[in-house]
Ligand binder design. Structure first.
Ligand code: PLP
Length: 300
């Protein structure tokens, strides 16, 4: 039997579907040269997209904020995403959609005159922290040397490739024996980390930073599930001290769902084990992947 050439992943580039290892972008694309790009990542679990329309909504909002106007329809984008997963035959996948400024014609630098470009790809599901690691919880560090890009410099609500601050933060986490990092803003309030939002639970109530962050779809799912369970949950300012004093902490991301945090800056969170409410939400998060309201099936 011949191996499916797309089994490591499938990309959609310039209107064609190509095996992931062969997918390439033009070096002159401003998405690459200037990080002039927005993107989104949606998960596929057990052969179903999770909250696909919410990801498409956020993607569309993001490219509009960057004044992009692609000549592909929402349906065209949706079909390309589905087709990438279908060709790769992946039951569990991370599916990327990317919109770039495009390529300059004749040295033009006016961003309004570019033809924006759409790319997509599906690869095997990516975990920010694997299942075993989630069972133990992860060690989190609050960065001291780097702040999150301020909203008025580049709004993190537009999902972007400007990861310089987040990557510096990862190095700081490693220097201080952390697994990952969360960045404060210029006033010392908590924002987010490389690929995730953060929740703190105090006296049974959930809080997550309101602004200066990506409005994560997993974050929204947690807020929805908490609400259904009658838990108080809201978005507001969250200081570093409030995070340190939390009874429970977890990260939320399409890359792994609800991820328990067991230490902050080397100090145990609660009793140093994944929290009870966190574990309940983690379980509900994966159960919700079978619920019709949030899933889109793929016809393989
Ligand atoms: N914050 C940042 C900077 C991210 O890159 C991501 C996702 O990759 C998130 C938060 C979580 O967003 P979502 O739950 O939509 O995956």
């Amino acid at each position: 039997m011949t191996r499916n050439q797309f089994s490591d992943g499938c990309a959609f580039v310039n209107g064609d579907y190509v095996p992931i290892a062969a997918a390439a972008i033009p070096i002159l694309d401003m998405g690459f040269l200037r990080s002039d790009v927005t993107y989104d990542v949606v998960g596929v679990w057990n052969g179903q997209f999770f909250r696909l329309e919410d990801h498409l909504n956020r993607f569309e909002k993001s490219w509009n904020r960057l004044h992009m106007s692609p000549d592909i329809s929402r349906e065209g984008i949706r079909n390309a995403l589905i087709e990438c997963v279908r060709r790769a035959g992946l039951q569990h996948a991370s599916v990327n959609m990317i919109m770039t400024r495009g390529i300059s014609e004749k040295g033009n630098r006016d961003p309004r005159l570019f033809k924006n470009r759409f790319y997509a790809f599906a690869i095997p599901y990516v975990w920010l922290a694997g299942v075993d690691q989630q069972a133990q919880g992860v060690h989190l560090v609050i960065a001291r040397q780097t702040i999150r890009t301020p909203t008025r410099a580049f709004d993190p609500a537009v999902k972007n490739f400007q990861w310089g601050d987040l990557t510096q933060g990862i190095y700081e986490a490693y220097e201080r024996d952390g697994y990952t990092v969360v960045l404060p803003d210029a006033d010392g309030n908590i924002t987010e980390g490389p690929g995730f939002n953060v929740f703190a639970i105090k006296d049974q109530a959930l809080r997550t930073p309101a602004s200066g962050v990506l409005q994560g779809i997993t974050r929204q799912t947690v807020l929805d599930l908490a609400d259904e369970q009658g838990l108080s949950a809201n978005a507001s300012l969250l200081s570093a001290d409030e995070l340190r004093a939390a009874d429970e902490i977890f990260l939320s991301s399409t890359a792994g769902g609800v991820i328990p945090v067991t230490t902050v800056d080397g100090q145990p969170v609660g009793n140093g084990n994944p929290g009870v409410i966190t574990e309940k939400l983690r379980k509900r998060y994966w159960e919700a992947h079978d619920e019709e309201r949030w899933t889109t099936s793929i016809d393989y």
